[in-house]
Design a protein around this ligand. Structure first.
Ligand SMILES: [Fe+2]
Length: 378
């Protein structure tokens, strides 16, 4: 397999070198950006800019901050990554907020110990990125459970007459994570609804655990926890972003004995218990996919979430809107945010944060208003 891949890479490199020499457009046809970039929250006051190209190569982001030019590479252990077609670059939030960035990739046909065959470099247009600007109202668009129906999600979200300041995609955006192509679909949706211009909060759903690409699909975010769980802030809002795992036990026959979410969720629980409440935040949200926070692989997160001062837990998975899900069960509000409701329907929800309240409203893809609710926080 290694020899075959090496042969293909060298053959492709030869084709590219020859086509460049003859001024043939092979390079531009073969090497291109195939998923435009989105700016994901990834914890520790950092963003991770992620995009993909049609073939493997390098990735880097350029911008200017306080009079200095920055070029930040997709690298690991001092080596610039050149064998993947998904590229991720971690950048301090203060550098990117309300700034302009451009992302680039160069095709790398093959890299050996002392030589590499490199091809065309592709660059995006400059992207103007909007972070928190002290606005009075903050609008967060919720798009969970897209399940590979982005057209329906777009029809539903177009009913809101205010633009979103941030996008929350809390899981099951695709139904499988078997290959790189499935992760590229997630990237495509994130860009379609954020344009790379606003922050994206992404958490895994149960379906995004299913398949071997679920390993790199987490690694690419480069969180310091090592898992798909992290904290982040947007102005007065603090978010606890959780990986809630699968919807069935590790022993369920469908997983073939090849998952160990019990250990993973145990690590996540220990991490969560090490956190302290964000005393500066006006609103404290937990965002996850599975709603039953009182039993995640035997771990009851209720007291921990209460101790962190969580006001509202935004969950998904049920493919319907419910503003008072599990009412009375938890010492905080819980909602189910919509998503795919039938094969031909989708529910999108917008949260508006203002004056100590969170106003939630929902529309379906046919333009029907699907109710609202105001969460009294302070
Ligand atoms: Fe789900």
């Amino acid at each position: 397999m290694y020899e075959w891949n090496l042969f293909l890479n060298i053959l492709l490199s030869i084709v590219m070198v020859v086509s460049s020499a003859l001024a043939l457009p092979v390079n531009s046809l073969l090497f291109r950006i195939d998923s435009e970039a989105s700016v994901f929250e990834s914890g520790d006051d950092m963003y991770t800019v992620i995009w993909s190209t049609s073939l493997p190569g390098t990735g880097y982001v350029t911008y200017e901050y306080e009079g200095e030019e920055y070029t930040v590479w997709d690298e690991q252990y001092a080596i610039i990554r050149s064998t993947d077609s998904v590229h991720s670059v971690r950048i301090p939030k203060e550098h990117l907020d309300n700034n302009t960035y451009t992302y680039h990739s160069q095709h790398v046909g093959t890299k050996r110990a002392y030589v590499a065959v490199k091809g065309r470099t592709v660059s995006s247009d400059p992207v103007e990125f909007k972070g928190y600007t002290g606005q009075d109202e903050i609008h967060a668009l919720l798009l969970s459970d897209i399940h590979e129906n982005p057209d329906n999600a777009e029809k539903a979200m177009k009913n809101f007459d205010v633009p979103a300041d941030l996008l929350i995609m809390n899981g099951d955006e695709v139904s499988l994570m078997t290959t790189e192509r499935k992760f590229k679909q997630v990237l495509t949706y994130a860009h379609r609804f954020s344009k790379g211009e606003i922050p994206v909060i992404y958490t895994r759903g149960n379906h995004e655990n299913r398949g071997e690409y679920s390993i790199p699909s987490v690694e690419i975010f480069k969180t310091t926890t090592g898992g798909m769980y992290y904290t982040c802030n947007y102005g007065p809002i603090s978010f606890l972003c959780l990986d809630t795992g699968e919807d069935k036990k590790d022993t369920d026959w469908t997983y073939s004995g090849l998952v160990d979410l019990t250990t993973y969720i145990g690590d996540e629980t220990a991490w969560m218990e090490s956190l302290t409440p964000d005393e500066d935040a006006e609103y404290r949200l937990a965002v996850g996919h599975m709603p039953n926070a009182d039993n995640r692989y035997g771990y009851d997160w209720t007291d921990t979430l209460e101790g962190l001062g969580i006001d509202l837990y935004v969950a998904a998975h049920k493919h319907r809107i419910s503003y008072e899900y599990n009412k009375g069960k938890f010492p905080f509000y819980q909602m189910i945010d919509g998503g795919k409701s039938r094969d031909d329907d989708y529910l999108a929800t917008m949260l508006t944060f203002a004056q100590g309240k969170i106003y939630a409203e929902c529309f379906d893809q046919k333009g029907n208003f699907r109710g609202d609710y105001t969460y009294e926080i302070n």
